[in-house]
Design a protein. Structure first.
Length: 446
């Protein structure tokens, strides 16, 4: 099911990064009282009232950019508007509706997208009275918020959700694995796509209800069907690439949202970049299977390959459960390993476990290595089970979720992997407070 994209747009220093951090409920974007701090996009997975969204922060809009950097930021903001399902237009109550806001409003009206006008930094009654000034932007009713002080955020997000189409009910067809090729521009996505399609007879077709201008490809492989969801490598003719780096990133996010397993393509000649790691982090955050595919392996000298592998494993240690395949899409080397590996991960993602076995494994893990004390208190786990509806998600009933240390959570995750596999699939452990009426015999205590 595709998660809608919500783009936060506005001129410099109106609080876009602060709003993203507020919505994500953790520190993601760089926040500083300096104009132009956020030049590259920052995105976050946000769940609000049960609706899952991808929220994208953008650089500060400048209608008349003075240099190449400002021009690039402007192009990327335009790309964000083009790809977003809803745009939050953020303005600053302290400045009023200035000429730059009016220029952005003109662009947004022409985009024909749902626009939510949010007036930020409304921290007093006097400032609240000034919100009416923004009606002259002709965007709609302005919503007064303070991202820093968490005021008006509920009203803002209610307006965002109301502007989205009803949430579709996604029912996957039995046996259909959805695969996406994602990665930075120029890492070889199109070459790999063509190699995969060239090896197998494929039907390329337009899929209703998918992302705008998307084309999917069905690969028939080993008596199985694998759906290659929309990627930057499958294009309509004549599409204009504006802000190509950012456009590619948005398409990657949309493809990740729709797929079951993502092939994260990395350019061996450039090693592993921060952007590669950001995309990997997003795949993990939204719970999709992943295969790391290192392309252009033929360009790495043989005497440097072992060192490359060691460094790659160290840099990607946060995804150590993920298989790595080294290929040359151009030469066709290693291509035949990709689909079998992706299929195995897809099957791992569908795995259902007996609840008694999950509970017993966690009991044994706690018995072997009890949770550390936090002051005078210790974490107690009363029951563990696999979630019935979400893949690779486990529910652990505990006396107090605040006592869960990240290192102990990682320990339990490793034990679940040792016992049940889930290779290539991120595990999600949800700790919830157990009922007071618990059966003492079922408690897993130190």
């Amino acid at each position: 099911m595709t998660r809608p994209i919500v783009a936060i747009v506005g001129r410099t220093n109106v609080g876009k990064s602060t709003l993203l951090n507020r919505l994500a409920d953790r520190q993601i974007a760089v926040v500083a009282d300096l104009p132009g701090t956020t030049r590259d996009r920052v995105f976050a997975f946000v769940s609000w009232q049960g609706r899952e969204l991808t929220v994208v922060d953008t650089g500060g809009w400048q209608a008349k950019p003075q240099g190449s950097l400002e021009q690039k930021v402007k192009q990327q903001v335009e790309a964000a508007i083009a790809q977003a399902d809803v745009v939050i237009f953020l303005v600053d109550v302290k400045d009023g509706a200035i000429a730059a806001d009016e220029e952005i409003a003109d662009v947004l009206r022409a985009a024909n997208k749902p626009i939510i006008l949010a007036v930020n930094k409304v921290d007093s009654t006097k400032q609240a009275n000034q919100v009416a000034d923004f009606y002259r932007l002709d965007i709609g009713e302005p919503i007064a918020i303070s991202a820093h002080h968490n005021r008006g955020i509920d009203d803002l997000m209610d307006a965002v959700l109301a502007s989205l189409p009803p949430q579709p009910i996604g029912i996957a067809e039995p046996g259909e694995a959805k695969l996406a090729i994602v990665g930075r521009p120029n890492v070889g996505k199109s070459t790999l796509l063509n190699a995969l399609l060239g090896e197998e007879r494929a039907i390329v077709h337009e899929s209703p209800g998918t992302t705008r201008d998307s084309l999917d490809a069905i690969i028939r492989w080993d008596d199985k069907e694998i759906l290659l969801v929309d990627t930057a490598g499958i294009k309509r003719r004549g599409r204009v690439d504006v802000g190509v780096d950012y456009y590619s990133l948005l398409r990657a996010l949309q493809a990740i949202n729709r797929c079951d397993v993502a092939l994260l393509l990395i350019d061996a000649s450039e090693f592993i970049t921060a952007q590669d790691m950001h995309i990997a982090g997003y795949i993990i955050e939204v719970g999709k299977g992943m295969v790391l595919v290192v392309n252009k392996w033929d360009l790495v000298p043989r005497e440097q390959r072992q060192e490359f592998k060691q460094n790659a494993e160290q840099r990607l240690r946060f995804a150590s459960y993920t298989p790595i395949i080294y290929i040359s899409a151009k030469l066709g080397q290693g291509i035949n390993r990709i689909l079998p590996q992706a299929w195995e991960i897809w099957k791992e993602r569908q795995k259902r476990l007996p609840q008694s076995e999950v509970d017993e494994l966690v009991k044994q893990a706690v018995s072997s290595y009890p949770p550390p004390r936090t002051g005078s208190r210790r974490l107690h786990i009363t029951r563990a089970s696999q979630d019935e509806s979400r893949p690779a998600t486990f529910i652990l009933k505990v006396n107090d979720p605040k006592l869960v240390h990240f290192s102990y959570q990682r320990y339990l995750e490793n034990k679940l992997r040792q016992g049940f596999g889930f290779r290539g699939v991120p595990l999600k452990l949800i700790f919830t407070k157990a009922s007071r009426k618990i059966n003492k015999k079922r408690e897993v205590r130190a």
